[in-house]
Design a protein around this ligand. Structure first.
Ligand code: MN
Length: 531
């Protein structure tokens, strides 16, 4: 892989100022020096990696500060510079992002699917600034492109982590292009046979559709011109490998049941044009019933907007048609990053607020990100060492506010209230699995969350390697280890300590106590009591 030049990075930026250019040139040279003599697994100079990461960030329209952070993201961990030096040369903001990316790198996914959602949430929660998350995604994008050089077990772990953790995060931030890229680069390393099989199917189908679609495009152009629609463009998108594989599994490997392998995109100037175009398309080709979706009026939770319809064409068979505006198209590819193309996050958010109004985003937009907010309150309160419980990372708070103001719906308030009762704390097992517990949970809750047998035989507990008492409240990011002994048994005191109903139920059972009447009512069968 060739080294990305500083010219290429700057070339991807839209109207960079002379200060921006000078700053990026300085960071480029600084990083090159910090990584001097270091090699990647491929045997190439290490500096290739941060330079490529910076270019990806520039492609995604990120600002100079973020691009600089991309250039420097490994300079402390893998290079020979210090945090102090980065702060001195590039300021607090850059150091803050670099620190954040380093912190995210410490959480590793080891393939326990039940923990995947927890880890995704943890990563988003730990990223105290959305730019941290975006640099991490760019870093990962380049890493999976060069996976072939990494040794076997590590390669698989990284590919799986990318599929299960990072691609879904990209998806939920609306970064469609990033998601697809991460998936399709990792898939061959997770399941080589399936990837090969899917690629062959896709290739066959591509050949078959391309000529047909070219004819459809021509006809469309003529018909749309009759409605005075001339300033539009079309492109053909083939379904991604991983997403085709997922769909094939759902359709029992019958490719004829999948209608969106090839899609024709029509990109028009205004929202009204979308509906005009839809009318023209349906007049030309018979639509399949039940396949029409109006994601403009009802956007997907990640903010995605488009009209989707599936029609039967004489030239190309069954084809999905996606109709959207330029703005929707940009957002579908870059997602949350497309709101960040401005100097400050504040401005981006302001703009987001307006977009939301303009495009009738539903109050559901970004609901997943929003749903993280209560658990974040916990995170930041603890991290700052302050007692202030309602401190969330600014980017999330503002995102939520932007939506609340526009939506202002009861649904939003209701959702937030519900979330208030589910503050979570994320801790780790000694092998790095994430366990997601209610706030104020103790080692006893942790043990029962792992297994009732472990809970019933707790001899002692360690947090971050130090012995602690059973009533110690767990904090985010701590590593918890339970020392098990056959002779150890629950005591009634544990009932006062345990926070989760799961733990309390097991403790009561182990003590030979019956359930409180309130709980018994709910149960259909009487509770079996362990002897
Ligand atoms: Mn890196």
């Amino acid at each position: 892989m060739a080294l990305t030049t500083v010219k290429e990075i700057i070339g991807e930026m839209k109207n960079p100022s002379s200060e921006d250019i000078a700053l990026i040139e300085k960071a480029y040279e600084f990083s090159k020096k910090a990584h001097e003599n270091k090699m990647r697994y491929s045997g190439e100079p290490y500096f290739i990696h941060p330079a490529a990461t910076a270019k990806i960030l520039a492609e995604y329209g990120m600002d100079a500060t973020t691009i600089v952070a991309g250039l420097l993201h490994d300079a402390v961990e893998d290079g020979c510079t210090t945090r102090e030096e980065i702060e001195k040369e590039f300021g607090k903001e850059v150091l803050f992002i670099v620190d954040g990316v380093t912190k995210l790198g410490k959480h590793k996914y080891r393939g326990a699917e039940r923990h995947a959602e927890s880890l995704r949430r943890l990563l988003v929660a730990t990223a105290s600034d959305i730019r941290v998350l975006i640099v991490k995604l760019a870093d990962r994008k380049h890493n999976v492109q060069t996976l072939e050089y990494v040794s076997e077990p590590k390669r698989r772990r990284i590919a799986l982590e990318t599929l299960e953790i990072y691609a879904p995060i990209a998806d939920r931030l609306g970064m469609g292009r990033m998601k697809r890229n991460l998936e399709d680069s990792s898939f061959p390393f997770v399941d080589p046979d399936a990837a090969r099989h899917t690629a062959e199917m896709l290739k066959l189908k591509t050949k078959e559709t391309e000529d047909g679609l070219a004819k459809v495009q021509k006809e469309l152009k003529r018909e749309l011109a009759k409605k005075d629609l001339v300033t539009f463009r079309t492109d053909i998108r083939m379904k991604g490998l991983w997403s085709l594989h997922q769909k094939l599994k759902r359709k029992h490997d019958d490719i004829t049941l999948i209608h969106d392998i090839a899609a024709l995109r029509i990109i028009v100037p205004e929202i009204e044009d979308c509906y005009t175009t839809l009318g023209v398309v349906h007049a030309m080709y018979r639509p399949l019933p039940g396949e029409f979706k109006d994601y403009i009026a009802f956007p997907k939770p990640n903010g995605y907007q488009s009209l989707h319809t599936t029609v039967v064409t004489p030239e190309a068979g069954i084809v999905e048609i996606q109709i959207r505006t330029e703005e929707m198209h940009r957002r579908a590819q870059f997602g949350i990053a497309s709101h960040m193309s401005y100097k400050q996050l504040g401005k981006g958010i302001e703009k987001l607020g307006k977009d939301v109004q303009k495009n009738r985003f539903s109050s559901l937009s970004f609901s997943w990100v929003r749903s993280l907010i209560p658990s974040l309150m916990k995170v930041s309160g603890k991290e700052n060492g302050t007692k202030d419980p309602v401190k969330v990372p600014l980017w999330l708070a503002e995102l939520a506010e932007a939506h609340a103001e526009v939506a202002g719906s009861e649904e939003f308030v209701e959702g937030l209230r519900e979330d208030f009762f589910s503050h979570r704390v994320f801790v780790f097992t000694p092998i790095g699995d994430v366990v997601d517990l209610p706030a104020a949970s103790t080692p006893i809750d942790f043990a029962y969350a792992i297994h009732s047998d472990l809970g019933n035989h707790i001899q002692g507990a360690k947090v971050n390697g130090k012995l602690v008492s059973f009533d110690t409240q767990l904090n985010n990011g701590e590593v918890v280890e339970i020392i098990r002994r056959d002779a150890a048994h629950p005591s009634s005191k544990w009932l006062e300590i345990a926070r989760t109903s799961l733990a309390r139920r097991h403790i009561r059972a182990a003590l030979g106590m019956s359930e409180p009447a309130r709980l018994q009512k709910k149960k259909k069968k009487p509770l079996k009591i362990k002897s």
